[in-house]
Design a binder for this molecule. Structure first.
Ligand SMILES: [Fe+2]
Length: 174
C-alpha cells in the first residue's frame, strides 16, 4: 500500500477500502485458475460462482468510491492477497491425488475468505461509526457473500472432499 498520511478514521477507512478493492481485483484473476485446477465439479462451480460475486463486490466498492470522490489506483497493492495468491499458485502445481489436491485448494481459498471477512468486518464497523449508511449496506452485502462462500467451502470439504482425500492418502501409503 502507498504511504498516505492518515489523520482521521475516515482516512483509515479509505485506506482499507483501497486495500480490499485491490485484493478483490487480484482475486478475479486467481479464481479462474482455481476453478481450472479443481477436480470436483462442485468445487469448480463454487469458484466460478464466487468469481461472479467478486465482480459484483467490486461494483459495490466502485459505488462507495464514487460517493467518497476517491478512487483506487494500481499503487494501492494488497500485499497480503498477493502472498495468498502466490501460495495458491504454488499449491496448484503440487502433485497430489485429485481429492487431496482439492482439499488443499479449499484451504487456500478459505485463507483468502478469512482475510476478506476480517477486512469487511472492520470496514462495516468504520462505516457505522462514520454514519455512512449507504456504504454500510453495500459493505454488509460483501461481508455476507464472503461468509457464505467460506461456509460453502467448509460444506464441500466436510461433504466428501476431505474424506476422499483421506482415502486417497491411505491408498498412497498401502
Ligand atoms: Fe470478495
Amino acid at each position: 500500500m502507498k504511504k498516505n498520511k492518515l489523520a482521521t478514521l475516515e482516512d483509515l477507512y479509505v485506506h482499507e477500502l483501497k486495500d480490499i478493492y485491490n485484493a478483490e481485483k487480484q482475486l478475479t484473476k486467481a479464481l479462474p485458475k482455481l476453478a481450472k485446477a479443481a477436480s470436483s465439479q462442485q468445487l469448480k462451480t463454487a469458484f466460478e460462482e464466487h468469481l461472479e460475486e467478486t465482480q459484483n463486490q467490486i461494483s459495490r466498492l466502485d459505488q462507495i468510491f464514487e460517493r467518497l470522490g476517491q478512487r483506487s489506483t494500481s499503487t494501492d497493492k494488497c500485499d497480503a492477497m498477493e502472498g495468498l495468491i502466490k501460495e495458491g499458485d504454488k499449491f496448484i502445481k503440487e502433485e497430489a491425488a485429485p481429492a487431496v489436491h482439492d482439499a488443499g485448494l479449499i484451504v487456500g481459498a478459505q485463507k483468502v475468505e478469512h482475510y476478506e471477512i476480517a477486512a469487511y468486518g472492520s470496514l462495516c464497523t468504520f462505516a457505522e461509526i462514520l454514519n455512512f449508511e449507504d456504504d454500510l449496506n453495500l459493505l454488509k452485502e460483501n461481508l455476507s457473500e464472503e461468509e457464505a462462500a467460506d461456509e460453502k467451502l467448509s460444506q464441500l470439504a466436510e461433504s466428501g472432499i476431505n474424506e476422499a482425500a483421506e482415502v486417497g492418502a491411505q491408498r498412497d501409503f498401502d
